[in-house]
Design a protein around this ligand. Structure first.
Ligand SMILES: NC(=O)c1ccc[n+]([C@@H]2O[C@H](COP(=O)([O-])OP(=O)(O)OC[C@H]3O[C@@H](n4cnc5c(N)ncnc54)[C@H](OP(=O)(O)O)[C@@H]3O)[C@@H](O)[C@H]2O)c1
Length: 199
């Protein structure tokens, strides 16, 4: 398979690279890193990425961030960070990708743990995650030509333990291998409309 992995250089994206690159042609995409550079917050940049890469069998996206801060101090603009930087770019990858995804191909998004196991200050990220998971469920029934859509929703990665130190009290940390297997199942498996929880 020819597979685009957006966010390939990141902690989560790298698990997909590790899980899939031995068996498939992986094209790594990042904003400033990778084989191809694209800013997926910019629809024109997404279009240029697809034009450059051409037809593919799978698109994986592990990109995004939201605002962290307690809800009674959050502004509307801060709340929208989760929507604009995590939800919308992934949905635009799908909307712009139909002309480039082969029959029977797949899209795999990344959400996360915060909409099922919240932490203080995590409501913007929780809302984005919930919207991603809901979109996957809803869109799966509409997908044409046997194209599948799924999301991977990991707990905090072991490799990100230091980055999030103190924020996710009591949460488990998951291995790169476990997260990579979820991307493998999403891309190489047969299911659609699934949220693959890794915890
Ligand atoms: N880390 C965790 O423990 C964890 C757990 C659950 C869910 N998640 C979710 O997984 C996603 C990725 O997190 P991460 O920790 O892997 O982040 P990360 O290590 O900071 O990596 C981010 C990746 O995304 C790319 N990127 C950033 N903005 C981009 C843009 N506008 N267009 C294209 N590529 C862009 C970066 O490329 P450049 O380096 O080239 O800029 C990099 O490859 C996030 O949505 C996060 O909420 C993470």
């Amino acid at each position: 398979m020819k597979i685009i992995i957006v966010g390939a250089s990141g902690a989560v994206g790298n698990t997909a690279v590790e899980a899939l690159s031995g068996r498939h042609e992986v094209i790594k995409v990042g904003k400033s890193s990778g084989d191809v550079q694209a800013d997926i917050e910019d629809v024109d940049s997404i279009r240029a990425m697809y034009r450059q890469i051409g037809k593919v069998d799978a698109v994986v996206c592990a990109v995004g961030h939201g605002h962290f801060g307690v809800v009674h101090e959050m502004t509307s603009a801060q709340f929208m960070k989760g929507i604009n930087h995590k939800l919308l770019p992934q949905i635009n990858l799908l909307l712009e990708g139909f002309d480039y995804i082969n029959d029977g191909g797949s899209f795999t998004f990344t959400s996360g743990v915060l909409n099922r196991d919240p932490i203080p200050g995590g409501s913007s990220a929780a809302a984005a995650n919930g919207a991603i998971d809901g979109f996957v469920l809803g869109a799966a029934v509409d997908m044409p030509r046997g194209i599948r859509i799924n999301a991977v929703s990991p707990e905090v990665l072991e490799v990100s333990r230091t980055k999030y130190d103190g924020f996710f009290r009591g949460h488990v940390h998951v291995s790169n291998e476990a997260v990579g297997l979820a991307y493998s199942k999403a891309v190489e498996g047969c299911l659609s409309g699934q949220i693959f929880i890794v915890e």
